[in-house]
Write a protein that binds this ligand. Structure first.
Ligand code: FMN
Ligand code: SF4
Length: 499
């Protein structure tokens, strides 16, 4: 097989095998127009109890439509969220702040495809070196150094390689990738072509969650336009570099955002998480070396190529270089998309950007990049936004969705909500995640009803330890991290519920 051949076209919902289809929640787009029960909508449910009640009746459930700025949300009917850049350089949101660049003409007018033209005149190594120098780290949650990942794929002996964009954005509260794809699709496409050029891939996929139908429509048009302009196909930019790109729409499974699950989903296999190593960089799609990056990660790349890795590395702080986009939920006075430099404090995000809580509410805590991540209590608001700094308090940067909770949310209710989500979305491979998360949900439901004991709380603690130690992927360990932060920072709300 040469580098332009793929074993099969990825399947759509009509061609899924029965054992594969049973894994998914939304095989035929059943979520369109429905009410959402994601964590941002949970936090704001008191603003529209009828909408929340409707969301709780949905079967299959609808978790996050990317409308968290208007939560509780029903369908995708709201005007675009406000966009603001507070970093010294608008690396990611520049074109959204100018209106949008949905068409190729608008993208080119704002400097689009100049990075690719420049790269094609130099070498793949120059692109790789710029990304390494920039200090860019993955924006999909794990914060892995992007240059190191690219170098690993580029160095594989196998020459058939793939590039995949993770556009599954399932973290409740995050709507960053959605608006990048809908209003600036060519920046993702250009970032992917640059990635393919750097690592020597001839084929790429954008794995897009089916909850974002407009993103799919815009991206497919953008791919056709990029092809017509000569930026995709057998002779990219008139050179001998060939690259073909397509959109693969998912079927409503949060865990398919995890890289090994996602790749199995594209292959048409049952997308249970796989043990690593081998990592996808060595053995990914159809066993071939695969570069998988988040949408926002890839959108950074054209700017890095145009301005140099050094200029990018001057932004940010500590080991977190560059900028990060944050999406603020509807409990803030000023919800919307913000591009900040790493190093701003969580207090700055809550008070200066968000303008504090709507209706003068009292902040109970903030989740950045959740819900499977630690909660930040009010007394730790001066923690800076940085991968290591947030991890040190049991939280994280995650995907960058910022969900605030006010006095309307009781912490035991939040725990029940998060573990209900966790159990529903578990891929089922590990017992503590498959059964334990549902058991924690049940124990907290009992506690809320006044029917739980100290022994039940101890059982929860034991299950959290099991989740932490034995989960194969970040879904289980993330649930454990969330629970640990709650048990640590909110004992006065938890312990009285277990008599
Ligand atoms: C349960 C689970 C869900 C995830 N969902 C996403 C997602 O929606 N988007 C994403 O980019 N990464 C997601 N990730 C992280 C990916 O596994 C992977 O680390 C990431 O896409 C790599 O890209 P990056 O290095 O550019 O961040 C998820 C991980 C887990 C464990
Ligand atoms: S932790 Fe949960 S989601 Fe992850 S592999 Fe195990 S069962 Fe699947």
């Amino acid at each position: 097989m040469n580098s332009t051949q793929t074993p099969s076209r990825s399947p759509d919902a009509r061609t899924l095998r029965a054992d594969v289809e049973s894994f998914y929640h939304l095989t035929h787009g059943e979520h369109v127009g429905k009410a959402c029960q994601g964590t941002a909508c949970f936090a704001a449910r008191h603003l529209n109890p009828a909408c929340w009640a409707e969301a709780m009746q949905n079967n299959p459930r609808v978790y996050c439509l990317g409308e968290c700025f208007a939560a509780p949300a029903k369908g995708q009917t709201h005007p675009r969220p406000p966009v603001k850049i507070t970093s010294r350089q608008g690396v990611v949101l520049g074109r959204l702040a100018n209106g949008n660049a949905r068409t190729i003409e608008a993208y080119v007018q704002q400097g689009g495809y100049t990075a690719l033209a420049k790269a094609l005149e130099s070498s793949p190594e120059a692109v790789l070196a710029a990304v390494e120098k920039s200090g860019l780290r993955g924006r999909g949650g794990a914060g892995f150094p992007t240059g190191r990942k690219w170098r690993s794929v580029a160095g594989q002996p196998e020459k058939v390689r793939y590039v995949v964009a993770n556009a599954d954005e399932g973290d409740a509260g995050a709507y960053i990738d959605r608006y990048l794809m809908e209003d600036d699709p060519h920046s993702l496409i250009e970032g992917m072509i640059l990635a393919a050029y750097a690592v020597g891939a001839a084929k790429g996929y954008i794995y897009l969650r089916s909850e974002y139908p407009l993103s799919g429509k815009v991206l497919r048009q953008a791919l056709a336009d990029a092809g017509a302009a000569g930026w995709l196909g057998p002779k990219v930019g008139g050179t001998d570099f060939a690259f073909d790109l397509e959109v693969y729409a998912g079927h409503g499974s949060y865990v398919c955002g995890e890289e090994t699950s996602l790749l199995r989903s594209i292959e048409g296999n049952r997308p249970e998480v796989m043990a690593r190593p081998p990592y996808p960089t060595e053995s990914g799609l159809w066993g071939k070396p695969t570069l998988l990056n988040n949408v926002e990660t890839l959108v950074n790349v054209p700017w890095i190529v145009n301005h140099g890795g050094e200029a990018y590395g001057e932004l940010g702080f500590s080991k977190s270089r560059g900028t990060k986009v944050l999406s603020l939920n509807s409990l803030f006075n000023r919800p919307g998309l913000y591009e900040v430099e790493f190093g701003v404090t969580v207090r700055h995000i809550v008070e200066e950007l968000g303008g504090g809580l709507r209706g003068g509410g009292t902040l109970k805590g903030v989740i950045i990049g959740g819900p499977i991540i630690g909660m930040i209590p009010p007394h730790l608001l001066d923690t800076p936004l940085g991968f290591e700094e947030l991890a040190a308090i049991g939280a994280g940067v995650g995907h960058g969705g910022v969900v605030a909770f006010d006095e309307h949310t009781s912490i035991p209710d939040l725990v029940e909500h998060v573990f209900s989500f966790g159990a529903y979305e578990s891929c089922g491979k590990c017992t503590p995640c498959r059964s334990g998360s549902g058991r924690i949900e049940e124990l907290f439901a009992n506690a809320i009803a006044g029917d739980a004991t100290k022994a039940d709380l101890q059982e929860c603690r034991d299950l959290v330890v099991a989740l932490k130690l034995t989960s194969l992927c970040g879904h289980g360990t993330g649930l454990a991290r969330f629970a640990e932060s709650i048990l640590r920072y909110y004992p006065t709300e938890i312990e009285p519920c277990f008599k």
